[in-house]
Design a protein around this ligand. Sequence first.
Ligand code: ADP
Ligand code: MG
Length: 642
Amino acid sequence: MSSPTLSNPRFPALFKEHPDAIAATICGLLVFLGWLTLHWGWIGLSLLILPAAYVIGGYESAREGLTTLFQEKELDVDLLMIVAALGAASLGLWRREYYLIVDGAVLILIFAISGALESYAMQRTERSIKSLMKLTSDTARVFLNGSEQLIPISALQIGAEVLVKPGELVPTDGLIIEGNSTLNEASITGESMPFEKTVGNEIFAGTINGNGALKLKVHQSPESSLIQRVIRLVEQAQTETPPSQQFIEGFERGYAKVIVLSGLLLAIVPPCLWHWNWETTIYRALVFLVVASPCALMAAIMPTLLSGIANGARNGILFKSGAHLETMGKIKAIAFDKTGTLTTGKPQVVEVMAVNQQSESKLLQIAAAIESLSEHPIGNAIVQAAQARHLEWTQAVNVQAHIGQGIVGEVDRQKAIVGKAAFVREQSDYFPDALIQLSQRWEEEGKTVVWVALEGRALGLIAVADTVRIGAAFALAKLKKLGIEKIVMLTGDNQRTAQTIAKEIGVDEVYAELLPEDKVNVIRQLRQKYQTVAMVGDGINDAPALAQASVGIAMGISGSDVALETADVVLMADSLEKLEIAIRLGRRSQTIVKQNIAFALSFIVLLLFANFTGNITMPLGVIGHEGSTVLVTLSGLRLLRN
Ligand code: ADP
Ligand code: MG
């Protein structure tokens, strides 16, 4: 927010936030006075007042128009308006028809009003996004030297213990170490249903604590909290211009030149060739300048897309720019990552089988020794299983993760491997058939099997099972209903496991045993066939595919940072059902943009026609032209509604 003012804080604040509204109001008063004095025959006074209206109402547009002219050597709509108004004024002075000067002032006035309205619309969208994100607190309650103290968030360190009282805003992301409560996560996920959270659960800055007091342990630096990252992403989204808007802006530049040229020709040629009356011809040419300007066209896209972004944010869908909202509406095929996206990504160890005399415990110990350094969900599952059996292990050294394959390291100076069959087999001499058969059986049951090997000898198998996300099948069915032609599943897991899960939730086609780069290739092929393809993923291994897709969609809460950064759209609530809303929003925004463009163009044509057939006055032209601009802006705001 802007810095507080010491004296009379209200007026400056009002003026700072709505300078164009105030300029328009003063301009309006002056135009009225100018008209009144003229009406009473006080021409001298009127000729003093009206120029002031021109200056106050037109200052902003003139400044913008001249900046574009001198810095970019381009003509824009602002300048056209000013030229038309000044033209009307000169004509009025020349013909001593002073009402023409009032006409010009009205033009400037209405232009100023529509400018103010437009910036109001923009502000409203921006504010509705920001208000969602304003839910961050500056201080956190911590225990220092045995007493409770409020310290600034920036002074919080990783490992600090923070107290959150009932009803308070959670100041930072953290893990609950004491207490339980229900949390309202609407600010992040758009879901107003409170969630039950207890010891061990992660909670997020910007969410609201329910009835229980909680003690948190800060597990990452507060600047990188989810909500801070989201705020940065949203700020980025507003400054990016989507291609369609860039196209319209390019078009404006060329179009403005054509209009100025045609205006000049219209003013000069008829009087010279056909001896038309100079004054009426110039007047027509000026009206032409006004009504042919593409203001409404300029307002067709951005307010619509910004409203769509705001609506999405309210639903827990984060579009990183308007362009992605547009693409979302065109999707024909969607590829889903399996683990963590279609499934919860929190697999659990369900079977362990050791060969020879090796005990299951030894197997789990070795696997846990390497996996304790892994971030992979399978790694977590194995470590948890080992902990549940109260096993202890010495940590492995030289640990290296092979993304999408497995992980290797040294345990007690012996080389250990955990990973998928093909990967472990490559590096093992001993790989018994009995185990291969067993692993196939488990895979047909939808379990993911990893092999453990030590010094080139397979030690046994660990099977983990992941649960399908609640609502995944329902969400996919809805996507089909929306007319999405193809839904595929991409996974690094093996074919049998993948098939079993795919059948359960209604995926059309499965691509299994993919490395991250294979996922990219599949997306590329899909794009050739279906043009607009979305990829939904959560992991580091999905990031390249997210980037390759027409629109990359990441899971917000469970997703890795890399996925969040790479994606174009983030589903904050991790809920696949939001995909339907996102696609509908994309389609609606496309429809509205198209309607706006059609309306704007036909209005321009209509007004031009009226001008050529004769009877349209300057004020009428101005009202028609600016009115259509305001209507188009308001039409874009429709997307704010649910
Ligand atoms: P997905 O594409 O389904 O998200 P990944 O690409 O992350 O899966 O992993 C693919 C396969 O590689 C896993 O099913 C597993 O067999 C193996 N794998 C990858 N990382 C690990 C690990 N840290 N420990 C054990 N196995 C692993
Ligand atoms: Mg994944």
